[in-house]
Write a protein that binds this ligand. Structure first.
Ligand code: C2E
Ligand code: MG
Ligand code: MG
Length: 598
């Protein structure tokens, strides 16, 4: 539509097609008077040419024309996508239903019978034009709507990718995170099930001593180090291998299409080698190592998480074996992890149900040959497994922290028992009981208070209690250990350094801890025999103890020869199967009552 300059409204362009010049003139004069822009065509061919040159807003089309009638003109217009939307009103002298139907079938939008009334013609034209405008508006609305839908779809897709990025990526290093890695493992597992030649391996990496770096240089530096580590690891990878940061200082690598286990172990060596080089952060050279656990994928695995679990277990074994190394997962590792869990669960129940009992092993004064004290050694009376040795459960109790509760139970029972024996006069006044303290108990802030409370509850003289502490327990935190030891010593509680010689054995620190006695570990005692003069370290340890005014107790004496040697070395006390194994309370009292002398 063009704009009528005078009336400032859209001026519709109407093409009138009629083979009768008279009709043509009449109609056009009339329409021009009504403000339309009118073009005229005398036959079908002229009409099509006029439409092609410029599309009118509406066509008034005579039906009866020579050569090409109105129906054909209309059909041609409707067949062309460019012109098919132009409304066509047919003009006909014949008022037959047949023609009208045919007119609509040909694509006409309306039908006027001649001779026409100008009002009717105008009404029908205006109606068609309004319809056309409405249609155009609807079409425009649709276009707008589609545009908006497209925009929204784009926005949604963008948000979706950003969300995926957040869900599947580690924000610090930009690597895959655990969720993404588990997805990849899942794919690898399915592939190995469908393709027997496909083999893969999972590596679980954990940085050694990372906490120290975080604590000493700050978290920002720690973060920077993690980024550098991830860069180094990425450089070692070949597509299609993938790497992920699982969290903290843990990374995982999926090696795809491995040829052999050798291939994997070589790769582990390469990783360890790249960590030989220090990292430089804040102008400082930082050395860090990793421990690696490896699991070779196989179709027995049902879930990707199980692969990670086993690689993690193997990594723990690498750490336990001294760090900065790798370990391949073996099924026995899993069994030991399960056993650990089972013992932990059972231990909690054992504490509740008081399943611990004490055995007592006599300590003999080598000078007189008489029993002067007892070492209390805990045993676990497991409801289904029978008696369990402390060697099996104490380390687990240590690691889980349950040792604090168990240690307290042992201390209470030992003190109470000795107090009862004293009152029954079955032991002499200076008779002592030794109780082992574990490293973990040493980090308890209320340890000393707890011990005093136990002594006072049992009404036992502190002099009768001897605490056995290993070197490693003290060295875990030498400063606070020294405080605790001084505190205990002030209260007259006696202190023994247990298993001496197996730990740090650093004599330089010995004087800073106020020990009453040293217990020579039984591995040294076993080395003693009469034939050889090579008595190992025992004479030296005895001599040192003497110069520091400490008494010496030899552990694990099993033969008369060992006893003789120790006597000749002036060792003060002895303990071992030669005298007696650790015994239940009743048996040990019977033994003491028989007044044995060795
Ligand atoms: P330990 O404190 O060095 O205790 C001595 C261990 O040597 C005991 O083993 C004892 O039975 C054993 N033994 C004694 N004489 C001989 C001998 O002649 N030959 C041999 N081969 N062994 C001998 P047990 O009772 O199995 O205790 C092992 C370790 O468990 C103890 O070593 C101690 O470190 C720990 N433990 C035992 N009871 C407790 C406890 O109540 N608390 C803590 N924290 N640890 C405990
Ligand atoms: Mg001991
Ligand atoms: Mg010992």
């Amino acid at each position: 539509m063009t704009t009528d300059q005078h009336q400032n409204r859209p001026q519709a362009d109407i093409l009138v097609v009629d083979d009768t010049p008279e009709n043509l003139r009449l109609l056009s004069t009339m329409l021009v008077r009504e403000g339309f822009y009118v073009r005229k065509a005398l036959n079908g061919a002229m009409a099509l040419t006029a439409v092609e040159a410029l599309q009118p807003d509406l066509i008034l089309l005579d039906i009866m024309m020579p050569e090409m009638d109105g129906f054909e003109v209309c059909e041609r217009l409707k067949a062309n996508p460019v012109t098919q939307e132009i409304p066509v009103i047919f003009l006909s002298a014949i008022d037959s239903t047949f023609d009208k139907v045919k007119a609509f079938q040909a694509g006409g939008t309306d039908y006027i019978t001649k001779p026409f009334q100008i009002e009717e013609v105008l009404a029908r034209i205006n109606h068609q034009l309004s319809l056309k405008i409405a249609n155009q508006e609807i079409r425009q609305l649709n276009v707008n709507l589609e545009e908006r839908v497209r925009e929204r779809t784009n926005q949604l897709e963008l948000a979706h990718t950003q969300l995926l990025e957040l869900i599947l990526r580690d924000q610090l290093t930009g690597l895959d995170n655990r969720i993404a890695f588990v997805d990849r493992l899942d794919l690898a597992l399915s592939q190995s099930k469908s393709d027997q030649s496909y083999q893969f391996a999972v590596l679980f990496l954990d940085c050694d001593r990372f906490k120290i770096i975080n604590d000493s240089l700050g978290h920002e530096c720690g973060d920077q180090l993690l980024i550098e580590i991830s860069r180094r690891l990425c450089q070692l990878l070949h597509s299609p291998d993938t790497i992920a940061r699982l969290g903290g200082d843990e990374f995982a690598i999926l090696l795809n299409q491995i040829q052999s286990t050798n291939h994997v172990t070589q790769f582990c060596e390469e990783i360890l080698k790249t960590f030989f080089e220090p990292f430089t952060l804040q102008n400082q050279r930082i050395f860090i190592n990793v421990s690696i656990g490896v699991v070779i994928g196989n179709t027995n695995y049902l879930k990707p998480e199980h692969l990670l679990r086993d690689a993690d277990t193997a990594m723990y074994h690498a750490k336990a074996a001294g760090k900065a190394q790798y370990r391949l997962f073996e099924s026995t590792m899993h069994e030991s992890a399960l056993r650990f869990l089972q013992i932990e669960t059972d231990l909690r129940k054992a504490i509740r149900e008081q399943e611990f009992i004490l055995h007592y092993q006599p300590i003999i004064c080598l000078n007189t040959g008489e029993i002067t004290g007892l070492e209390a050694l805990v045993r676990w009376h497991h409801p289904s497994r029978g008696i369990i040795s402390p060697i099996e459960f104490i380390p687990i109790a240590e690691e889980t922290g349950l040792i604090n509760q168990i240690g307290l139970l042992v201390l209470q029972q030992a003190c109470r028992q000795l107090s009862i024996w004293q009152k029954q006069n079955v032991v002499k006044e200076e008779f002592s009981v030794s109780v082992n303290l574990s490293a973990r108990q040493f980090s308890q802030s209320n340890l000393t208070d707890q011990i005093y409370q136990v002594l006072s509850d049992a009404q036992l003289n502190p002099r009768c209690l001897k605490l056995e502490i290993t070197e490693s327990a003290i060295m875990g935190n030498p400063r606070s250990a020294a405080d605790i030891l001084h505190n205990l010593r002030q209260r007259q509680i006696q202190l023994s350094m247990d298993d001496f010689g197996t730990g740090y054995s650093s004599l330089s620190y010995l004087h800073s801890f106020p020990m009453d006695s040293l217990k020579i570990d039984r591995s040294f005692v076993q080395g003693l025999n009469e034939i050889s003069n090579r008595r190992g370290l025992v004479p030296i340890i005895v001599a040192i103890a003497k110069t520091m005014s400490m008494s010496v107790i030899a552990e694990g004496i099993e033969t008369a020869q060992q006893l003789n040697q120790l006597r000749s070395l002036q060792c003060d006390f002895g303990q071992g199967y030669l005298f007696s194994k650790p015994l239940p309370a009743n048996d040990v009292i019977e033994l003491i009552g028989s007044h044995p002398r060795w």
